[in-house]
Design a protein around this ligand. Structure first.
Ligand SMILES: Cc1cc2nc3c(=O)[nH]c(=O)nc-3n(C[C@H](O)[C@H](O)[C@H](O)COP(=O)(O)OP(=O)(O)OC[C@H]3O[C@@H](n4cnc5c(N)ncnc54)[C@H](O)[C@@H]3O)c2cc1C
Ligand SMILES: *[C@@H]1O[C@H](CO)[C@@H](O)[C@H](O)[C@H]1NC(C)=O
Ligand SMILES: *[C@@H]1O[C@H](CO)[C@@H](O)[C@H](O)[C@H]1NC(C)=O
Ligand SMILES: *[C@@H]1O[C@H](CO)[C@@H](O)[C@H](O)[C@H]1NC(C)=O
Ligand SMILES: *[C@@H]1O[C@H](CO)[C@@H](O)[C@H](O)[C@H]1NC(C)=O
Length: 654
């Protein structure tokens, strides 16, 4: 938001404000100077001992220097202290929205823009270019956005777009450009495009001091609507792209190579860097997810997990801006509670992470396989045969996980019940295993399948490094389907203890799939690796050998009644049926309506996480659905069966 264009848009509406903005001056050490991007921005000092974005910090000296700002009060950007707005904040039951006395005037937003060095973005929803009356209509851009809608990069490159549009209320969907109106819906009102720590601090301080809703968006992959929020100021971390390889890092518990990642680094960028430095990093299977954003914050499962545990198990150090506006480092020796919480305790809860340093591991060879089986009467594979074959496979999950496997497969019903399934294994891989050993591991299962008469054509692969296995053998994953709901469960090893418990779990899963649920599943384990320090990873991960995502979609234009029924079925029927076998779910890919989300998404870590949340963020500057401590707020006007982000965020009566 350049000041000059800001003036142009305001000229007609509010001339006096514009003149004030244009005539803006500040007093610095008793000297009155013009306030523009070149004189006061960015409001940051270079702090010794830090590099890149973290070298530029907001300090008390900087704030003291910006003493009198004629348009507004620089104290709006001050750090938290005992005598400030904290008390005011507590009085308000709802976060500030436009029209409230405390909502910043355009002038205050322009001061934020000045202080951040022209980094403030006035939200224009990604689909607005498809709306003839939006003022930004652009048919060619609209075509490109529609063509690239299923690509995660379309959304991660946009300041506010999210990949689960259901949570922003499906406003301003590009395809509806000619038939509806583009509104802000659940999108934030303003965004700070982050390139320095100082900008994060200014945004947090302003939000805290005026009780604004704050959201953090990195890529927008979140499945639960955690990176959107109506009437919010958003902190957009996507451009923090620094990657530094550190050949040898020494901490109390570790000596070895590591990579320091800016908060915006995505999985594919981490893997490219690791490959270049001849090491293996622990990241997700999906290429676009933000590693040091929501992925590690929520735990982070990985093709390396059966060997190396969760992504969060590899973190050595974290740079983070706290709710009070201060930048700190959390590691094994300082801010240790926070260090524990930031590794598994969830994104958007304890502060804004600006970097993480993660362990990397020796290069590893990989063996694996892919196959697709279609069943159904038309191909001579009955449902019972299909499930018998599936059972023969599931039966061995503890063994495969112990041998290091990560098997990613999906089962989709082909149509109405009884019409068969499509089962795609994409892929089943074991890091650190030779192809010969991999084939040995599969042989008994293949013999079982042969005996059953279940025909499977398998394609094998072997690579001498992780990067090639990952880049060639995982599927493209489309995103941003609007009419989609998912939920997940972590099935513990104890279900395999007896034939009865195995069959009860298996038949439970089958019953849900037979009623139309997709089954997106991972046979893997996630034990904490030797030498890692304790963290907040959901304890339900630690004994699971089967991680499964359930859910489905409904047709365009489905009625409200149908959607309610379908969504309630997922949470209240399907998940209730499976919760008895799998009390935990993965919070990063879970059900936003999970009834006891504290236990399900954090397990035995929850109580301590809640204590840390109340200490670090007593006034709930940070809030996200299903985040630690989030149950003391609600979204005004939200459907009872689905928490969306397009209403005002309010505190429940005490
Ligand atoms: C197609 C697809 C594939 C996936 N594959 C995997 C996988 O292989 N393994 C796996 O474990 N998960 C996977 N996920 C889930 C993924 O881990 C979560 O969606 C995760 O939250 C994404 O984090 P992000 O930063 O990219 O996304 P965002 O939606 O931008 O952020 C997610 C959450 O983290 C918060 N956040 C982001 N950055 C910061 C920050 N710097 N500081 C504080 N909070 C922050 C946000 O506020 C939000 O609450 C996948 C998701 C999708 C859609
Ligand atoms: C305060 O501002 C003056 C004038 O721009 C500058 O010379 C001085 O270095 C600033 N001090 C700090 C602590 O930033
Ligand atoms: C502005 O600052 C003065 C002190 O300099 C303070 O008394 C006042 O409350 C502040 N007002 C706002 C709106 O920040
Ligand atoms: C809107 O209508 C115009 C004219 O018919 C058409 O060219 C365009 O593709 C339509 N846009 C969308 C988003 O459907
Ligand atoms: C890469 O790493 C592997 C395994 O640690 C090692 O054997 C090999 O020599 C390394 N290659 C180079 C070029 O450093």
């Amino acid at each position: 938001m350049a000041i000059s264009s800001f003036c142009r848009t305001l000229l007609f509406a509010a001339l006096p404000v514009c003149q004030l903005v244009a005539a803006q001056t500040i007093v610095v050490e008793d000297v009155v100077i013009a306030a523009d991007e070149t004189t006061i921005a960015p409001a940051a000092a270079v702090v010794a001992g830090f590099a890149g974005p973290e070298a530029f910090q907001l300090t008390d000296a900087i704030l003291a220097n910006l003493t009198t700002l004629q348009l507004s009060n620089i104290s709006l950007f001050a750090f938290e202290s005992d005598n400030d707005f904290e008390k005011r904040t507590n009085e308000d039951s709802c976060k500030t929205v436009p029209g409230d006395a405390r909502w910043p005037t355009r002038a205050i937003w322009s001061v934020l823009n000045l202080l951040t060095g022209d980094a403030l973005i006035d939200t224009v929803p990604i689909g607005a270019v498809c709306y003839p009356n939006s003022g930004v209509y652009d048919a060619a851009k609209c075509d490109r956005i529609i063509a690239g809608w299923a690509l995660s990069s379309t959304h991660s490159a946009d300041p506010t777009s999210v990949m689960s549009p259901i949570f922003q209320g499906e406003t301003c969907m590009p395809r509806n450009g000619n038939s509806s109106t583009c509104t802000l819906g659940g999108f934030p009102t303003y965004v700070v495009k982050i390139s320095t720590v100082a900008q994060v601090q200014l945004a947090i301080n302003l939000a805290r001091n005026l009780n604004l809703r704050l959201v953090v968006k990195n890529t927008g992959h979140d499945f639960l609507g955690k990176s959107a929020g109506a009437y919010a100021l958003s902190i957009w971390t996507h451009n923090l792209k620094s990657i530094n390889y550190l050949a040898s890092v020494k901490t109390p518990s570790y000596t070895g190579p590591a990579i320091k990642l800016g908060a915006g680094v995505q999985v594919f960028e981490l893997y490219e860097a690791a490959n270049k430095y001849n090491v293996t990093a622990v990241g997700g299977e999906c290429d676009g997810v933000g590693v040091a954003g929501g992925y590690i914050a929520g735990g982070g499962h990985s093709p390396m997990s059966s060997r190396l545990g969760m992504g969060a198990d590899h973190v050595l150090s974290i740079g983070v801006v706290l709710p009070n506006g201060r930048f700190v480092t959390a590691d094994e020796t300082q801010n240790t509670d926070l260090f524990w919480a930031l590794r598994g305790g969830g994104g958007g809860t304890f502060g804004v992470v600006t970097s993480m340093t993660v362990k990397v591991h020796p290069k590893v060879s990989v063996a694996g396989a892919s196959f697709t089986v279609v069943s159904g009467a038309d191909v001579g594979i009955s449902d019972d045969l299909f499930w018998a074959a599936k059972l023969a496979y599931v039966r061995n999950f503890p063994q495969y996980a112990d041998e290091g496997a990560y098997a990613y497969s999906m089962i989709f019903p082909r149509g109405a019940p009884g019409s068969g399934y499509i089962w795609s294994m994409l892929p089943w891989m074991v890091p650190g295993m030779s192809l010969a050993d991999f084939k040995k591991m599969l042989a008994p299962l293949l013999a079982d399948w042969k005996a059953l008469g279940f025909p499977v054509e398998i394609t094998y692969f072997e690579t001498d490094n992780f990067y090639d296995a990952w880049s060639k053998h995982f599927p493209f994953e489309g995103v941003a389907n609007a009419n989609l709901r998912t939920a997940s469960r972590l099935f513990p090893r104890s279900n395999w203890a007896t034939e009865e418990s195995l069959m009860a779990m298996f038949n439970g899963v089958r019953s849900v799939v037979d009623e139309g649920s997709a089954l997106i599943q991972y046979n893997m384990k996630a034990d904490a690796p030797a030498g890692s320090t304790s963290n907040a990873v959901n304890t339900h991960w630690r004994d699971s050998v089967w991680y499964a995502i359930f859910g489905g979609s409904w047709g365009e234009g489905a009625s409200e009644t149908y959607m309610e029924e379908y969504n309630r079925k997922i949470t209240e029927d399907w998940m209730t049926r499976l919760r008895v076998f799998a009390p935990g779910g993965y919070g990063n890919e879970g059900d936003v309506m999970e009834p006891e989300f504290g236990d399900a998404f954090f397990g035995a870590s929850y109580d301590r996480l809640l204590q840390i949340k109340r200490q670090v963020d007593p006034n709930d500057v940070f809030w996200a659905p299903t985040a630690v401590g989030s149950d003391r707020f609600y979204i005004e006007g939200s459907r009872p069966w689905l928490t969306q982000q397009n209403g005002r965020l309010c505190k429940k009566a005490a």
